[in-house]
Every structure is written in structure tokens, then in C-alpha cells.
Design a protein around this ligand. Structure first.
Ligand SMILES: Cc1ncc(COP(=O)(O)O)c(C=O)c1O
Length: 373
């Protein structure tokens, strides 16, 4: 089997599993307790907090552990908006992940005005695009660091600095970037940043919101007051330890990993360039080193996915099932891609555990599939 869906999730690194094992098997203490086993668990959580903070150049105290990227996005957005006594406008990028787009829905019912920030044909938001839509009523803005489908990287620093000069708080979803490219929360100009462990060879069900502590958040979960009151509930110690280890490894190996990913992705793109009906989306702009999304004129993405699956190759399709049938990706539609071509999309996301042979094998099989169809 060749796994090429690393933006969906990544295999657990064996070194991460090793770090987690004691906390699954014997170190069962509750970090909120004062005796020895509790202190051991607390120390492990705090070590992980420092490791995650180091990955994104933040302070450990700025890290709130959550159950993943989805919760981090919900906490940033709802936590910020629920805490405000007066309603304002909330700007959100048109190509955000569903966990951001979904978080804004209940806010509309509370009287927040939600505006989508349009992207250009390459999936990019520009400062001039912001200037056209943002008003003095804008309270919060959320723009992702890189898109999970196309891999398109936004110029978040430029956007965040512009937002700050207009008194707008800025949140970024960095779930797909962390572990693939260097991040500096300190220098990014953003006030809140979401992360997830399972996109960087850590365990599922754990993530973090990194936040500027001057931003007050209303917690989503109330109770025991863990995470300095920002996220009640007994910590998932083993998962947090795994997240910390994955972050430590990512920081150490990031440069060599991304070089390798880029080489593999470029090899794939060179092969695809020889297939005249294939189009790579946002090909000309900066993208995550491991991601490419392509469409094939006249074909259906889900059918391509199934055919590849039969050959032992796992990728993801760009469409989502809805009650009306298959809905093309909202990301591609926002970029102005025609519905038919958007319906044919598949996403290939490479991992550092893939090889050049995997790329060549994919190209051979893919060529055969599309010529057969
Ligand atoms: C950009 C982005 N944000 C958020 C999430 C959600 O993260 P999690 O699976 O940890 O809830 C994902 C997951 O695919 C993602 O790609």
C-alpha cells in the first residue's frame, strides 16, 4: 500500500509511541493531584508544553492543550466572540477548513456579522482584498496559514500586521504547516494559532491553541479549571506527551523533512506535467512542500480515488458528499475553478516516509487509470 494522504493524518512515529508508552502503561497519575504520581504526570505535561511552544517559537504559558485542531479553532473563534459584550463583524477566509467555517455558524445566531474574505484564482488573500472588506466594526479575523487541500500558503504575517494596524485580532489555523515549515508565533503578528498533533506524526485527539495571553477567551468547557481555566477536563497525558515528542522531532528534523518532501512533490509534478488532461491547482504560488491538488478534465475525483485505492494507493478526493450529491470542494469553487473540473479533483499529500519509488509507482498507475477512463 502507498499512503499519499498525509494531510488527512500521518502514521505515528515510533519514537513518539515510545515516549507515550509509560503514560499509557504505568504512569497513570492525574496531573492535578499533589502526590508523587500526579507530579510526574504534571511534569510530563509541562515538558510537552515547552516542546510544542519551541516548535512554533512561543512561550510555554501561551499553549493551551485541546483535543485537536478542530477544538483549537472553535476555542479561538467562539472563545473570543463569546467573551465580547458587544457584537461586531468577523472576517473569515473563504477557503478555511470546515472547523473554522462551522465555528462561525452559531455566532451568526448571536448577532455577529460574518463576512467571507474572497481569494484570488490562486487561493490567496491580499492586503488590498482585506482593505476592501474590513470596516471599523471588524473584531476578529481568521485566515489559515496554509490550505489543507491545495497547500496554498497565505502571507499571514503581512495580513496580521495589517489587521493589527486596524485594531483587528487575528487567528490563524496553522494545523497543516506545523512540522512542515518553520513557524514563529512571536514574529507572525497573530494573536491566536491552532495546531494539531496527528498531522506531524503525533497521536490523534490532541492539539493546541497558542494565544497571546492578553486576549481573553471564554472557555468552551467548564469544570475543573485545567489549562489555567481555559480548557477544563483531566488532561490526556499520554497524547500530550506524544504531541510534545512529535513537536520536538519536527523542530529538529524540519529542514531535512521539507527538503525531501519538496523533491518528491516536484518529481510527481514533473511526471504529471506530461499528462495533457491533468491540471495542478495553484501550481505557480507557494504551497506546502508535500501537497498537490490536481484535476483531470472530464473525470470524477471520487472515481479516480476508488481506482487508485484498487491499486493500493491512498489519496483523498476534493469533493464532499451532500444531500444533493457530490459537492465540489468549496476551496476550488472560491478560487473560481469551474464546477466540473473541481469535481474531478484529488489531493496527493506526501509524507517523509514516502520514497521516489512511491512517486514513480503513482505516476505509472495514474497514467494507466486516466487513459483507461
Ligand atoms: C487546516 C486544518 N484545520 C483543522 C483541522 C482539524 O484538526 P483535527 O483533526 O486535529 O481536529 C484539519 C484537519 O484536517 C485541517 O487540515
Amino acid at each position: 500500500m502507498i499512503y499519499l494522504d498525509h494531510n488527512a493524518t500521518t502514521p505515528l512515529d515510533s519514537r513518539v509511541l515510545e515516549a507515550m508508552m509509560p503514560y499509557l502503561a504505568s504512569h497513570f497519575g492525574n496531573p492535578s493531584t499533589l502526590y508523587r504520581s500526579g507530579r510526574l504526570a504534571r511534569d510530563a505535561v509541562e515538558t510537552a508544553r515547552a516542546q510544542v511552544a519551541a516548535l512554533v517559537d512561543a512561550q510555554p504559558a501561551q499553549v493551551i492543550f485541546t483535543s485537536g485542531g478542530t477544538e483549537a479553532n472553535n476555542l479561538a473563534i467562539k472563545g473570543f466572540c463569546w467573551n465580547k459584550s458587544s457584537r461586531a463583524t468577523f472576517f473569515v477566509g473563504a477557503t478555511e477548513h470546515d472547523s473554522v467555517l462551522g465555528s462561525v455558524v452559531p455566532l451568526e445566531k448571536l448577532g455577529w456579522e460574518i463576512e467571507r474574505i474572497p481569494v484570488d484564482r490562486n487561493g490567496l488573500i491580499s492586503v488590498s482584498g482585506l482593505a476592501a472588506v474590513v470596516s471599523d466594526k471588524t473584531g476578529l479575523m481568521s485566515v489559515m496559514m496554509a490550505n489543507n487541500e491545495t497547500g496554498v500558503c497565505q502571507n499571514v504575517r503581512e495580513l496580521a500586521i495589517w489587521a493589527a494596524s486596524h485594531g483587528v485580532v487575528f487567528h490563524t489555523d496553522a494545523v497543516q504547516v506545523a512540522g512542515k515549515l518553520p513557524i514563529s508565533f512571536r514574529q507572525s503578528g497573530v494573536q491566536m494559532m491552532s495546531l494539531s498533533a496527528h498531522k506531524m506524526h503525533g497521536p490523534k485527539g490532541v492539539g493546541a491553541l497558542v494565544h497571546d495571553r492578553s486576549i481573553e477567551l471564554e472557555p468552551l468547557l467548564h469544570g475543573g479549571g485545567q489549562e489555567k481555566g481555559n480548557r477544563s477536563g483531566t488532561e490526556n497525558v499520554a497524547a500530550i506527551v506524544g504531541f510534545g515528542k512529535a513537536a520536538e522531532l519536527a523542530l529538529r528534523e524540519q529542514c531535512q523533512r521539507s527538503r525531501r518532501l519538496r523533491c518528491l512533490r516536484d518529481r510527481l509534478e514533473r511526471g504529471l506535467a506530461e499528462m495533457p488532461t491533468v491540471r495542478i491547482f495553484a501550481e505557480k504560488v507557494e504551497r506546502l512542500p508535500n501537497t498537490l491538488q490536481l484535476g483531470v478534465e472530464g473525470l470524477d475525483g471520487e472515481m479516480l480515488l476508488m481506482q487508485l485505492d484498487r491499486k493500493g494507493i491512498e489519496v483523498s478526493s476534493g469533493s464532499a458528499c451532500s444531500s444533493e450529491g457530490k459537492e465540489p470542494s468549496h476551496v476550488l469553487l472560491a478560487m473560481g475553478v469551474e464546477r466540473e473540473l473541481a469535481r474531478s479533483a484529488i489531493r496527493v499529500s506526501i509524507g517523509w516516509d514516502n520514497s521516489e519509488d512511491d512517486m514513480d509507482h503513482f505516476l505509472r498507475e495514474f497514467k494507466q487509470i486516466i487513459s483507461g477512463l
